[in-house]
Design a binder for this molecule. Sequence first.
Ligand code: DGL
Length: 277
Amino acid sequence: MTQAPKILIFDSGLGGLTVYREIARLRPEARYTYLADDAAFPYGALSETGLVARVQAVLAAAIAEHAPDIVVIACNTASTLVLPPLRSAYPALPFVGTVPAVKPAAERSRSQMISVLATPGTVARDYTRTLIATHAGHCRVTLVGSQMLASLAEAEMKGEAIDPTAIAREIARCFVNEDGARTDTIVLACTHYPLLQDHFDRLAAWPVEWIDPAPAIARRVDAVLSEKFVSGAESQNTQPGRALFTSGRRPPGSLERALLKLRLQALDCAPMPAAVA
Ligand code: DGL
């Protein structure tokens, strides 16, 4: 098949853009739909059953409307719960998810002290605990659930001024110094967080390696697509992709401009109000 693939990228908000931009680098020919469930943002605060029901409902509508060739759940908070039910509901459709990069962090850390920075939801998941037990048994792992960082990242992406002390407060617990050893590796286990990378570098208590799994996720998407679609790395799609928001609200001008720089155009979308807790 030579036709360009249709890729649906999904997140609660703007964090999935950090995954989208890596995929778009590898697959510039693809036709993109970026769907942000801003009506239910933040996912980190939702109950597990509420979140599964919400993601299933939003994606059922999006899959019916856009008929994607692949769906990328560019959200750790959702992926750590919803991949199994989605895969059984759509057995012919590939789903690629985003889960905390505990394994590469444990392999790279020299001090064997790593921190996982995520939403309160991701930190509480059995999935995350199992990842740690399976891949990081030899490390001391500190789980840090942040209430505020995803919202701060949204503000950053919209070009709003954000208070660096608020960011510093949220990341402080990632830096552990004990018994002569200290954290040297921090997993960014929420796709929003790489949007704040410059702040993290400036505010770090000491230099660490921050692990953003987006390039690895993009390689996985490319590999899955390669089973059906030839690589089109030389042929850029001339049309921008679509950015849709479940609130049905148009984004502010500053965000529309930022999206256009990423070759995404914000379009009107039928609102999907969130009725979950
Ligand atoms: N971007 C999300 C993640 O990767 C979730 C942020 C939120 O909605 O709380 O976990």
